[in-house]
Write a protein that binds this ligand. Structure first.
Ligand code: GLY
Length: 583
């Protein structure tokens, strides 16, 4: 039941009148309503795979796992067996879990592996080809989530993905275009050139894309579970190809890999409980830290796009991203002061450092240490910058009983490291670039500077920005959301949360409103292009912000549930043309 949200047009019209010119603000998200189940994902075939499983009696976790495997077939740009991610689960009976299936550094990885003899970053070493890969976690994570929380057999849940790979699906305009755009990367690797570029006969929109090798791989997983991938014939072939191409991942690395079930982070904001992803994602810490700072800082009558609101939000983003850079990494390896960063007294101290009239200078930002932080851990970052791209995808699922899943999955940049494993049919990630390859230097893809807490170590998971988030009120799920977009994920999720929970905008409008992003370094306030008026830009510049317009920020896929009626509203951001499907 796809439906354009009627409430949404008048609100956008008002917005456009209040803040002209905003030509693309009116790009309506895809929306749907229902009461038995809702899936919001990057593309329609995967979303429909989720619905199919819900209709067969699967719960939200079964459906999310079906979507995850289907995206591995239909959205090779990001959703992939060769990647990793985080799945946040909140069951209607109150159980909550975060399945961490982030990739891990191989055993032979070491701190300086992307530096040359002079200590300089080797261009593309951490982004392209066989040595940029972290041990993939997607298969372990999806199957673990399904085993622990699903209701149907894995074979049934994977059936739609296998069918899509075997019988194929019509190539969309977007996929055809993005495959062409990726030709410079994919054509470097013969198997990727064969499968995704058909050796130069590019796929046209409407042509059927069949993936026989991937179908075989998926069938093995459906039959034997994660063991097929990490120990069986897939692992054997994976490791053999790695060795042949001087990659680092061995059979032992694959055998050792485990998805982990972690306790989600819990924060509070104006009567809502907010669940987020703990390290090795920075997403939950950053979103909750910012909500703590903003709760008393934003006046009740604040307008979401008033320059003063943007100023206060930007100063909050600056501080949370400085903390991300200073302290965050895989907490299984580094001392990460999560409790201190989420301490309300610490939020008060950061709030007090914000000048309501002037932008701080990131270079000179001097923040206190969070409570409990042990300076001896040596994590501290040299405060400096980093850039972003990223191809992550986020999907949300809520079923008719109120079980909810928010999950983000990534191979890092578009089409990952460009390598398809011969005979296995899936692309590999370049997630190793999310580590601190050189402290104080921006990483290749995101311009983020990070600390020793995120240095490369064997078995460690690189720091992520993925921010799957679930909101609860009176014990029931009311929102599930997340976004792709590297570090911009964090601020896209924050803005949508505030638009909905603090500014009271309907979900479709909350998702569509113009976005902005500050990540401490570079000391720049990025604003979505052509969506802010000259008056707004002048008012922000007058407060001392360095402004830069850019293309879209994030792409939020969200579901709202009305606990009184059980009605579900799915909203998929027009920024990446995702879809909402419900029944
Ligand atoms: N690879 C992007 C992220 O995890 O933040």
């Amino acid at each position: 039941m796809r439906r354009f949200c009627n409430r949404f047009l008048p609100a956008l019209l008002l917005f456009a009148l209040a803040f002209p010119p905003s030509p693309t603000a009116a790009q309506a998200p895809d929306t749907a309503t229902g009461s038995d189940g809702m899936v919001v994902a990057a593309e329609p075939f995967a979303a429909e795979a989720g619905l199919e499983i819900l209709k067969q009696g699967g719960n939200a976790v079964d459906a999310a796992v079906a979507v995850g495997f289907a995206l591995a077939v239909t959205y090779p740009q990001a959703g992939n067996l060769g990647g990793g991610g985080f799945m946040l689960i909140r069951m209607a009976d109150g159980r909550a879990a975060l399945v961490d299936y982030r990739e891990a550094a191989p055993g032979a990885a070491h701190r300086d592996m992307y530096l040359d003899a002079e200590g300089n970053l080797v261009p593309q070493a951490s982004t392209v080809g066989w040595r940029a890969v972290g041990v993939p976690g997607a298969v372990a994570g999806l199957t673990l989530a399904q085993e622990k929380f699903g209701a149907l057999p894995l074979k049934k849940v994977m059936a739609p993905a296998i069918r899509l790979a075997e019988k194929g699906f019509p190539v969309s305009e977007r996929l055809a275009q993005e495959l062409r755009d990726a030709a410079p990367l994919l054509s470097q690797f013969p198997e990727s050139r064969r499968i995704f570029l058909r050796n130069g006969r590019y796929y046209e929109p409407g042509e059927t894309f069949r993936q026989k090798d991937l179908a075989r791989t998926l069938k093995k997983i459906a039959k034997r579970g994660a063991r097929a991938f990490y120990q069986g014939s897939i692992a054997k072939r994976f490791a053999r190809e790695m060795k042949r191409h001087h990659g680092l991942i061995t059979r032992a690395d694959l055998r050792r890999y485990q998805a982990r079930v972690r306790q989600p982070l819990l924060g509070h904001f104006r009567g809502y409980e907010i669940l987020g992803a703990p390290p090795p994602s920075s997403g939950g810490v950053a979103v909750l830290e910012m909500l703590n700072i903003l709760d008393p800082l934003l006046p009740p009558d604040a307008e979401p796009l008033a320059p003063q609101t943007i100023h206060l939000m930007t100063e909050t983003m600056r501080r949370a991203f400085a903390d991300r850079a200073r302290f965050l990494g895989d907490a299984d390896f580094a001392s990460v002061p999560v409790r201190g960063l989420l301490d309300l007294g610490y939020a008060r101290a950061l709030r007090a450092s914000i000048d309501p009239a002037r932008a701080s200078a990131s270079e000179q930002l001097s923040l206190p240490d969070p409570p409990g932080y042990e300076a001896r851990s040596g994590n501290r970052a040299v405060l400096a910058p980093r850039r972003e791209s990223a191809n992550t995808t986020h999907f949300s699922v809520v079923d008719g009983t109120g079980n909810a899943v928010a999950t983000s999955i990534t191979i890092n940049s578009f089409f990952g490291n460009g390598v398809t494993l011969p005979g296995l049919g899936f692309l590999l990630n370049n997630e190793m670039d999310d580590f601190t390859a050189k402290p104080g230097a921006p990483n290749a893809l995101f311009d983020l500077v990070q600390s020793q807490a995120n240095k490369i170590e064997p078995g460690k998971r690189p720091l992520s920005s993925m921010s799957p988030t679930i909101v609860i009120r009176n014990g029931e799920v009311i929102l599930a959301l997340g976004s792709p977009g590297g570090p911009r994920i964090i601020n896209a999720v924050l803005l949508v949360l505030l638009n909905r929970l603090a500014f009271g905008r309907p979900l479709a409008e909350a998702v569509a409103l113009p976005r902005y992003h500050h990540q401490w370094m570079p000391d720049t306030l990025f604003l979505e292009k052509n969506l802010f008026s000259q008056e707004q830009l002048d008012a922000l510049a007058a407060r001392g912000h360095a402004l830069r317009e850019r293309e879209s920020i994030g792409a939020v896929n969200a579901i709202e549930r009305d606990p009184a009626t059980g009605r579900l509203t799915g909203v998929s951001d027009a920024r990446r043309r995702g879809v909402a499907r419900g029944f």
